[in-house]
Design a protein around this ligand. Structure first.
Ligand code: NAD
Length: 253
């Protein structure tokens, strides 16, 4: 039986690696999906590949209040309700020590990774059906420090606080709120970080990163999506306010 039959999901960062692979899993399981992203070309290309009546998109900036209200109203117009909210859009910023970190990049990363998650919780959850599920994408960078990624690490720790408070505030409606914590994932974001560390040879950077993962490889975006699917489905209906780590063992030590 389809585990998300008749459910409606919003996925922010929906054109990115984790977002689109999660959307495919949701659709296979019977959900209708609204993808939200800044990148319209990528959204169009991905939706063309998936096809069918159960996927729509909205071009919106998660850090802008009016855009957030618009993706909520477009979802309700298109699909009439919201059961699942994958609050996932994020950016990596630049790879620099705190002492050299540019203020403008700090402000931008706070706007997208922190305020975007906050606004999503503020505008989407009150409109959700009872017994819905919210999944916020944090990272292993929400659980430990990574030199050079200070602003990113700060935001990924901070969203755990939002998750915990939202889990408490919406518990009376049995809306569950959890975070997912991927380790390095084999997609655009990780390539961008590797290139900044070692632009001349990102393969060396990749090998160095992989050494820090006991499984000696990056996750595939779909492997993160499988955890999100579990959290979205009734199989996790007693799980709220918690952190689900999908990292090939990276945070064991
Ligand atoms: P990605 O870069 O492929 O996807 C991110 C998507 O977010 C992109 O499509 C981008 O256009 C979109 N986006 C960026 N700013 C936006 C904004 N202001 N409004 C709307 N959309 C915006 O990378 P991904 O790995 O799919 O990232 C998804 C989430 O996973 C992020 O929160 C990221 O921090 C987190 N994460 C990624 C990794 C990794 O190694 N890739 C590891 C841990 C956590």
């Amino acid at each position: 039986m389809e585990s998300l039959k008749n459910k409606v999901a919003i996925i922010t960062g929906g054109a990115g690696g984790i977002g689109i692979e999660t959307a495919k899993l949701f659709i296979q399981e019977g959900a209708k999906v609204m993808l939200v992203d800044l990148d319209e070309d990528l959204l169009k290309a991905e939706i063309k590949k998936i096809g069918g009546p159960n996927i729509r998109y909205c071009v919106a900036d998660v850090s802008k209040e009016l855009d957030v209200s618009r993706y909520v109203s477009e979802t309700l117009k298109e699909f009439q309700k919201i059961d699942i909210f994958f609050n996932n859009a994020g950016i990596e910023g630049v790879f620099k020590p705190i002492a050299d970190y540019p203020e403008a990049v700090f402000d931008k990363i706070i706007a997208v990774n922190l305020k975007g998650v906050w606004l999503g919780c503020q505008k989407v959850i009150p409109k959700m059906e009872n017994e819905g599920s919210v999944i916020i994408t944090s990272s292993v960078a929400g659980l430990k420090g990574f030199a050079g990624l200070g602003a990113y690490v700060a935001t990924k720790h901070a969203v755990i606080g939002i998750m915990r408070v939202a889990a408490l505030e919406f518990a009376d409606r049995k809306i569950r709120v959890n975070t997912v914590h991927p380790g390095p994932v084999n997609n655009r974001m990780m390539r961008s970080i590797e290139e900044q560390i070692s632009p001349e040879d990102s393969k060396i950077a990749q090998e160095n990163f992989e050494k820090t993962v006991p499984f000696k490889r990056y996750a595939e975006s779909k492997e993160i999506g499988e955890m999100v699917l579990f959290l979205a489905s009734d199989k996790s209906k007693y799980i709220t306010g918690t952190k689900m780590i999908v990292d090939g063992g990276m945070t064991i030590v």
